[in-house]
Ligand binder design. Structure first.
Ligand code: SF4
Length: 398
């Protein structure tokens, strides 16, 4: 049985290699959490404790809540907690946490707006083909008239728009979980508390949206299960990745960073990349210059042949055929009339005759695992796999 959590699927979407490290190879890194994760955990723990008290009919005071937060922060804190973002300080984030709790407390005390059904509630949603989605709901609550609510706390520094909240996939997972457990629910609300901003983003999902989400999750899981390679996908999130230190996309960068400024230019990898970049730049320059020269000679040749009325001009070993050719300019891919042109060709039933198979797109579809098993088997019969070196130059990232 394949079990998938939202964060497992999200990890694959963020970076397939990170997914492989975490869920396939199960690489254990001896790392402390980032400060953002540390803050999130402490705030979640305090809110969980707060609602435990509330369900026991004991509403703690705001100073009591803050005392609890400070005690948890101090008990868990170690100097190994990672501070990645420059300008962030542990003390600054500790205060952010206090502020989040203060805002939440003042807005929701005495916390009797709804009946708390559970805290950190585990869920499992079976899909087709033996796939099970699982995870936890921060707080599950119920209001009068079979209205169910999932509450999720966010300490992030970015407030999404209502449109983003309505499309949020994690909220969709939670909606599936509540529908699974309470099929009779009259209404289902997904309440995201953006604590830093004292904002609640409330959204819901229709049964049709949930069905589509299930299909989409199923397709993506199939793609993961069929994946043959797990390439690194670098992004702005890399500095927060647990596997940064062992990532092949970051290894040389780290090795070079450890070399003193005056020595790193002699490092063999640096030398090779600099040489390749210089050669490519030279080739580009020469190609452009040759292109300009060829255009000039062609223009002179055309002018010469026209002046003398020749259609063939001979050289020593080669000769030039000079002729005029009329060609039709059709809209290229991306130009506004291109879609219209394609629709016209289709309507006339000429598509099969005029179009060609795009092997690059087919290769991508094959690698993404979205093709049917039958088609994949047939393609495997018609193709072979080779591993070839491929080197791309790009602007150096920091
Ligand atoms: S450091 Fe970046 S590219 Fe490397 S595994 Fe982590 S997320 Fe992927």
């Amino acid at each position: 049985m394949a079990r998938y959590s939202y964060s497992k699927l999200e990890t694959y979407a963020t970076c397939p290699l990170q997914y492989k490290f975490r869920y396939i190879d199960r690489v254990q890194m001896d790392l402390s959490p980032t400060i953002e994760a540390f803050l999130g955990s402490r705030v979640h723990e305090v809110l969980e404790w707060l609602y435990q008290q509330v369900t026991n009919a004991e509403v703690p005071s705001l100073p009591g809540v803050l005392r609890r937060y400070r005690a948890l922060w101090d008990a868990e804190w170690t100097d190994d907690v990672r501070v990645v973002r420059s300008g962030t300080t542990p003390e600054g984030l500790r205060q952010v946490g206090e502020r989040c709790l203060e805002l939440y407390y003042n807005r929701h005390a005495p916390f009797d707006e709804e009946i708390v059904l559970g805290l950190e509630v585990p869920f499992r949603v079976p899909l087709e083909d033996g796939i099970v989605l699982n995870g936890y709901l921060d707080r599950l609550a119920k209001r009068h008239g079979d209205v169910y609510e999932v509450h999720d706390y966010k300490t992030s520094s970015r407030l999404p728009t209502p449109g983003e909240a309505a499309r949020d996939e994690q909220a969709g997972w939670y909606a599936l979980a509540v529908r699974e457990r309470f099929p009779h629910a009259q209404e289902l609300r997904l309440v995201w508390h953006y604590l830093r901003f004292d904002e609640r983003l409330v959204s819901t999902r229709t049964p049709e949206q949930l069905e589509e989400l299930k299909r989409d999750i199923g397709r993506r899981i199939q793609a993961i299960e069929a994946a043959c390679s797990f390439p690194p996908r670098e992004s702005a999130l890399c500095p927060w990745c647990d596997y940064f230190k062992i990532c092949p996309a970051k290894g040389h960068r780290q090795a070079v960073a450890a070399i003193p400024d005056n020595a790193y230019l002699g490092e063999p990898g640096v030398v090779l990349v600099n040489r390749l970049a210089a050669l490519k730049a030279e080739l580009k320059e020469v190609t452009e210059e040759r292109g300009r020269q060829i255009a000039q000679v062609e223009e002179a040749l055309y002018e010469y042949a026209s002046r003398h009325g020749y259609t063939v001009v001979v050289g020593s070993d080669m000769e030039a055929v000079v002729e005029e050719q009329e060609s039709v300019l059709l809209p290229k891919a991306g130009e506004p009339e291109r879609k219209e042109l394609e629709a016209l060709v289709r309507e006339e039933g000429l598509w099969n005759e005029l179009s060609t198979l795009d092997l690059t797109k087919l290769r991508r579809a094959l690698d993404s695992g979205t093709l049917s098993e039958v088609l994949r088997a047939e393609l495997a019969r018609l193709s072979s796999r080779v591993t070839q070196p491929k080197i791309r130059l790009r602007k150096r990232r920091i």
